[in-house]
Design a protein around this ligand. Structure first.
Ligand SMILES: [Zn+2]
Length: 77
């Protein structure tokens, strides 16, 4: 995910310098981030189905080791 973010920023900067300011580059970068985030949103706890990237109201870029809802150890599946 952080790699995709860096790639998106790089894409915007590259297109910006090559073609001038472009909303198309921003649209492409946003689309890229959505594609990169899609698998993340499907990564849920095997027991209760809670998304492992959510910690209370916060979304973190790394998964929880232990489910915050049911305490299931996600390392062992
Ligand atoms: Zn759980």
């Amino acid at each position: 995910m952080l790699g995709a973010l860096a790639l998106s920023v790089l894409l915007v900067v590259t297109v910006d310098q090559t073609y001038g300011h472009s909303t198309l580059a921003f649209a492409a970068a946003i689309a890229l981030l959505l594609v990169a985030n899609a698998p993340m949103l499907r990564f849920n706890c095997g027991r209760c189905g809670k998304n492992v990237f959510f910690r209370g109201p916060f979304v973190v870029p790394w998964p929880n080791r232990i489910c915050t809802r049911c305490g299931h150890d996600l390392d062992t599946g």
